[in-house]
Design a protein around this ligand. Structure first.
Ligand code: TRP
Length: 330
C-alpha cells in the first residue's frame, strides 16, 4: 500500500451524471483503486462558484456519493469524502492565492467560458476556482490527477504554483501530473457526434443520463444519428456510428474488429438495439445499488465522515508544514 502512487480527483455535485461522465471519468476512477492510493472528493466548494439551490445541492451531493459507491468506489480501498467537510482545503486555497498571479488566473479558459455563461455572477470564487483545485491536489502529495481535457490547464497551473512555492521555500509540494484517459473517453452526443455528450445539450435525446430508465435508453439509441453508409464499420470520421462503436467497445470490452465482425451484414437497427442493451446491463445494477445506498443514510454518513476524518489527518500535516515554511507561528 505504502509504495503505491497517490491519485487525487474530484467531481462537482452540480448536475446529473451522463454516460459520458461514467465512461470518461467514473469507470476510470473505479479501476484505478487497485493500483493506486486513491483519494476522491465531491467538490461542493467548487460547485458554489455558480449559484446553487441549497436543497438541490444537498440532494445532489448525497445522490452522487451513493452513485459513486454504486459504481464501485470502495470506501475501504479509497478515501472518498466531501470537500467542504475539511477546512484544510479552503485554508490552503487562501494561502495559494497569495502565490498565484492575477494574470495567470485571467488566462484560464474555463474562467473565460464560465464568466461569459454566467455574466450576471462573475464572482471572485469563480476566478479563484483553480487555486482551490490546486489546494485539493497539493494537500495529499498527489502524483496523478485523472481529469478530462478541459481540466488539464488547471493541473498545469497547479504545477506552476507548486514550483513557485518550492522555489521560495524548498521542496515542500509534490509536483502532480495530469492523467488524461485514452480513447473511449470522449463520448459524443447521440444527436450530433461532433459535440461532446452533455447534459446541457438542447436535444435531450443526445445525452444518456446515468439515471435513465431502460425505456429511455432504448428510445435514445433508436433515434441516434448514424452515417450515410450502411455497415457497422469504424471509419475514424467522427460519425454517429463511430461513436456508437466506441461506446459499445468500452462497455463490453470488445475490440472494434470484434464488433465489426459481430455485426457484419446486419443493419444499424440491430446494432443500436445491442448497444442499448449493453448500456442497460451496465447501468441497471449501478442504479439499483445507488438507490439502496441512498436509502441507507446512516451508512452513507458513516462512509463520508470516516473518510473526512482520515483525509483531515493527512491534510492537516501538510498544511502545518506549509504554514511553518511561510513563517506563521504554529
Ligand atoms: N474542477 C474539476 C471539474 O470540474 C473538479 C475538481 C475539483 C477536481 N478539484 C479537483 C478535479 C482536484 C481534479 C483534482 O471537473
Amino acid at each position: 500500500m505504502d509504495n503505491k502512487k497517490t491519485v487525487f480527483s474530484a467531481i462537482q455535485p452540480s448536475g446529473e451524471l451522463t454516460l459520458g461522465n461514467y465512461i470518461g471519468a467514473l469507470k476510470n476512477l473505479v479501476n484505478l483503486q487497485d493500483d493506486y492510493k486513491c483519494i476522491y472528493a465531491l467538490a461542493d466548494l467548487h460547485a458554489i462558484t455558480v449559484r446553487q439551490d441549497p436543497e438541490l445541492l444537498k440532494k445532489r451531493t448525497l445522490e452522487l456519493y451513493a452513485i459513486f459507491l454504486g459504481c464501485g468506489i470502495d470506501p475501504k480501498k479509497s478515501l472518498f469524502f466531501i470537500q467542504s467537510h475539511i477546512y484544510t482545503h479552503s485554508e490552503l486555497a487562501w494561502l495559494l492565492n497569495c502565490y498565484t498571479q492575477y494574470g495567470e488566473l485571467s488566462r484560464m479558459t474555463q474562467f473565460k467560458d464560465k464568466s461569459q455563461k454566467h455574466a450576471d455572477n462573475i464572482n471572485v470564487g469563480l476566478f479563484c476556482y483553480p487555486t482551490l483545485m490546486a489546494a485539493d491536489i497539493l494537500l495529499y502529495g498527489t502524483d496523478f490527477v485523472p481529469v478530462g481535457e478541459d481540466q488539464k490547464q488547471h493541473v498545469e497551473l497547479t504545477r506552476n504554483i507548486a514550483q513557485r512555492f518550492n522555489g521560495i521555500y524548498g521542496d515542500v509540494l509534490k509536483m502532480p501530473e495530469p492523467m488524461i484517459p485514452e480513447i473511449g473517453a470522449r463520448i459524443m452526443s447521440l444527436q450530433d457526434p461532433t459535440k461532446k455528450m452533455s447534459k446541457s445539450d438542447e436535444n435531450k435525446n443526445g445525452c444518456i443520463l446515468l439515471s435513465d430508465s431502460p425505456d429511455d435508453i432504448v428510445k435514445k439509441f433508436k433515434k441516434a444519428v448514424t452515417d450515410s453508409y450502411s455497415e457497422v464499420k469504424f471509419r475514424g470520421e467522427h460519425t454517429g456510428i463511430d461513436n456508437l462503436i466506441s461506446i459499445y467497445s468500452v462497455i463490453t470490452g470488445k475490440s472494434v474488429i470484434e464488433i465489426e465482425d459481430e455485426f457484419a451484414g446486419k443493419g444499424y437497427g440491430d446494432f443500436k438495439k445491442c448497444v442499448a442493451e449493453a448500456i442497460i446491463q451496465e447501468l441497471t445494477p449501478i442504479q439499483k445499488k445507488a438507490k439502496e445506498y441512498l436509502e441507507d443514510k446512516s451508512y452513507l454518513e458513516e462512509c463520508y465522515k470516516d473518510a473526512a476524518k482520515k483525509a483531515l489527518e493527512i491534510s492537516v500535516k501538510k498544511l502545518s508544514i506549509i504554514k511553518e515554511k511561510i513563517g506563521f507561528i504554529i
